[in-house]
Write a protein that binds this ligand. Structure first.
Ligand code: A2P
Length: 276
């Protein structure tokens, strides 16, 4: 069993630096995968309304036998639920499916700038935090302009910005913006949606440390200061992806991985993604 260390967010709460990602995992599959993750030491699960597996995540939490407060649970408001009242209703639906009263972290999933509702959505999250129903609040896929707008308008700085981040897209600028604002950065698709597993540069570093390519990418992201959200439904990989605290990448390894930057995304560009 491996436990990920905790880091503190700007609201004083702590979050484990590795979270179990469940994007694209169907509700029936997510139960076994999440129970496995909790068995091998994960204490942080990252779901979302649009993943349609909040019910399964909640069921896994109960089956694990762990106390509710032993596990950090993140979920997110989907694009079509944006707006003040809609967000409050979407939150009620999410906690109902999860079978919990409070979430540890509630995020605005995408800014969807053309719809221009993310400010009202953020105001609803502020209310949920004031009510104690969302213990921490943050955003996902926000660029600097989106962050500055919600902070300027409300004075409330998100605790988190969850963004696509892997060796092709190390997000140097946005990580720096987050850090200067006191926002923690979470990395989604840390393995490039699995597409970077066969990369030869990463493979060589993995061989040198006697670790897998996935473990090297997770370690690289942790060493950049990120909270990392690897996704897997395969038991051995679930176990492997949290077993990253017994080795360290050196400067040469970090520099070699830095050469892989290409700007390539595996998901949409947040400036252009406005769809449901
Ligand atoms: P699977 O879920 O079938 O195990 P990302 O976290 O970047 O989105 O990547 C997720 C993809 O990477 C999934 O296809 C997942 O496959 C695969 N994956 C996750 N962990 C590993 C690992 N340790 N080794 C190889 N592939 C992995």
């Amino acid at each position: 069993m491996t436990f990920a260390p905790l880091v503190q967010m700007n609201d004083g709460r702590s979050i484990p630096v590795i979270g179990f990602g469940v994007w694209q995992v169907p509700d029936d599959v997510v139960i076994d995968a999440t129970v496995k993750a909790l068995e091998v030491g994960y204490r942080h699960i990252d779901t979302a309304c649009v993943y349609e597996n909040e019910r399964g995540v909640g069921e896994a939490l109960r089956r694990s036998g762990l106390d509710r407060d032993e596990v950090f649970i993140t979920t997110k408001v989907w694009n079509t639920d944006q707006g003040y009242e809609q967000t409050l209703r979407a939150f009620d639906t999410s906690v109902g499916l999860l079978g919990i009263d409070e979430v540890d972290l509630y995020l605005v999933h995408w800014p969807t700038p053309a719809r221009d509702l993310y400010l009202e959505t953020w105001q609803a999250l502020i209310r949920l935090r004031e009510e104690g129903r969302a213990r921490s609040i943050g955003v996902s896929n926000f660029h600097e302009s989106h962050l500055r707008r919600i902070i300027d308008e409300t004075g409330v700085i998100p605790a988190m910005n969850q963004i696509e981040l892997h060796p092709w897209l190390p997000q140097t600028h946005l990580r720096d913006v987050d850090a200067r604002l006191g926002i923690k950065t979470e990395a989604w698709s840390p393995l490039g949606s699995g597409q970077l597993i066969d990369d030869s540069v990463i493979g060589e570093i993995a061989a040198k440390h006697g670790k897998s390519s996935a473990q090297v990418m997770i370690r690289w992201s942790l060493q950049l200061g990120n909270i990392v959200l690897p996704k897997s439904v395969t038991p051995a990989r679930i176990e492997q992806n949290i077993d990253v605290f017994d080795f360290e990448l050196d400067d040469a390894d970090m520099a070699a991985i830095a050469t892989l930057e290409s700007g390539r995304r595996t998901g949409p560009n947040p400036d252009e993604f406005n769809m449901a």
